[in-house]
Ligand binder design. Structure first.
Ligand code: G3H
Ligand code: 13P
Ligand code: ZN
Length: 311
């Protein structure tokens, strides 16, 4: 099996009423944990790399680690640029072997977003690579951009058809109330997503794959594990799993998860050091951390995404 685009994955996911997990990767243990889980569940997979991840680990290292994962698992794996913000960054990832890129022009005006996205689509399609665009603005932190809740805005369904047809994008990220990071809803409030917007969009562009960013559920077990082992995280609330399952049964074909992996890894390492304060071999604490990632991803595949057995 080779590194693939998401075209086939999304087509089957749309028809089958499930979603593909797009997990952020930054190092070998994260890649191993995710891909081992996908192999056990025979699940198709998107591994996504942010520009921060690329700066941290280096493009070539990440690419070679993912190639190793394809050899080890024999799974269809799509390699995706998460939140590309310039044409040059997208081009560099396309030239460097990614099969999918996101151009996030959501911070620009509608016309400038279309112009930038169209430019990336032309280059990407010439090279057999698919493109995710974004309309609407999520709250939260991603790379250099911190969008406050006040500056966030839901996707306007009336703009979607024009955006998709003028840009030629292959999938579209929309804002319906999810947000990046561990603090998605105020403590004491009831998490809510705008399924009415998703429904409208689905009706306007039937069959077109929709992407949900900021979709970690912020698994409480790991927040507690962090706080019981020297951490000090405020109350954190994520997206309830039943809402993600509902989105996956609709037009949402790609669900982005990063924060839950970070929490699993950090909670497990904090616990390890609390229990083994004299240890200093990185393999000793990275092994349970990798296992925690694997269990988290298996849980997502089976209970949230529904893509088990679909590779
Ligand atoms: O949406 C952003 C992802 O969680 C990636 O985060 O830019 O800190 O690597 P990062
Ligand atoms: P979370 O912060 O909810 O994991 O979202 C990740 C994401 O959207 C990556 O693009
Ligand atoms: Zn995102």
């Amino acid at each position: 099996m080779a590194i693939v685009t998401s075209t086939e994955m999304f087509k089957k996911a749309y028809e089958g009423g499930y979603a593909i997990g797009a997990f952020n990767v930054n190092n070998m243990e994260i890649i191993q944990g995710i891909t081992e889980a996908a192999k056990e569940q025979n699940a198709p997979l998107i591994l996504q790399v942010s520009s921060g991840a690329r700066k941290y680990a280096n493009h070539t290292y990440l690419m070679k680690l993912i190639e190793a994962a394809v050899i080890e698992t024999n799974l269809p794996i799509c390699v995706h640029l998460d939140h590309g913000d310039t044409f040059e960054l997208c081009k560099s990832c396309i030239d460097g072997g990614f099969t999918s890129v996101m151009i996030d022009g959501s911070h620009h005006s509608f016309e400038d977003n279309i112009k930038l996205t169209r430019q990336v689509v032309e280059y990407a399609h010439d090279h057999g690579v698919v493109v995710e665009g974004e309309l609407g603005r999520l709250a939260g932190i991603e790379d250099k951009v911190n969008v406050s809740a006040e500056d966030a805005s839901y996707t306007r369904p009336e703009e979607v058809e024009e955006f998709v047809s003028r840009t030629g994008v292959d999938s579209l990220a929309i804002a319906i109330g999810t947000s990046h990071g561990a603090y998605k809803f105020k403590p004491g409030t009831k998490p809510q997503l705008r399924f009415d917007i998703l429904e409208k969009i689905q009706k306007l562009i039937p069959g077109f794959p929709i992407v949900l960013h900021g979709a970690s559920s912020v698994v409480q077990k790991f927040v507690t594990m962090i706080n019981e082992n020297g951490g000090n995280m405020p109350d954190a609330i994520g997206i309830p799993e039943d809402m993600l399952r509902k989105a996956a049964s609709m037009a949402v074909c790609k669900i982005n998860i990063d924060s839950d992996l970070r929490l699993a890894m950090t909670g497990t390492i904090r616990k390890y050091f609390a229990e083994n304060p004299s240890h200093f071999d990185p393999r000793q604490y990275l092994k349970p951390a990798r296992q925690a990632i694997k269990e988290m991803v298996e849980h997502k595949i089976v209970n949230v995404l529904g893509c088990n057995g679909k590779a």
